[in-house]
Design a protein around this ligand. Sequence first.
Ligand code: CDP
Length: 218
Amino acid sequence: MSFRVPFVIAIDGPAASGKSTVAKGVARALDCVFVNSGEMYRAFTWWVLENGIDPNNADAVITLLNETSFACGEEEMIGYVEIQGRRLSDEQLKNDAINSSVSAIAAIPEVRERLVEEQRGFARFPALVMEGRDIGTVVFADTPYKFFVDASPEIRAARRSAEGIEDSIEARDLADSMRKASPLKQATDAIRIDTSEMGPDEVVAVVVDSISLNKEAA
Ligand code: CDP
């Protein structure tokens, strides 16, 4: 499939590594549309549960997928997804039920294929920061601007529990890394940033500086 690649900054990493905070900060600093691809997997997971479907029943999930409409756009430079014409709240997307089901659904190749197509649709905007698990390896594998944001398991667990949400990030990371279809992994040409000992502004500065240097060298 061919698609136009605009200026895309890919930010991947495990759960609660700080990638959302960084991605939002970089998007603001460089005037890019910010897209959280995880929100799309969460939205579809919400719809699967809403329909009373077992997330481990891949056939039933795929049947629902084929009947489901997605619409993506941006508002005030933030990407959004509508599922069956509905935009979901933070509470609907980030809760225990979604956290414990999303990895099973994201492991289904047909689900990924459909959502990756939607994610690539954001290439209609001139400049994007997209965060996720496979943005640098699959979704926008051709972009020269790739970052893999990580932090120690202890720090990540502490960050997630500080948000007050039940989330077994260890189990989710394991499932995301072990799946066959586009697993969570660092692209060979991505810059790795360990944010364990860094504040958000510092991480944003590292990304922005490395992009400026990279652009000057091009
Ligand atoms: O915010 P957090 O890192 O905890 O998760 P998220 O980015 O909202 O992603 C939720 C889940 O969606 C992940 O655990 C993956 O199973 C899936 N996901 C994916 O498979 N591929 C992506 N590009 C983004 C998310």
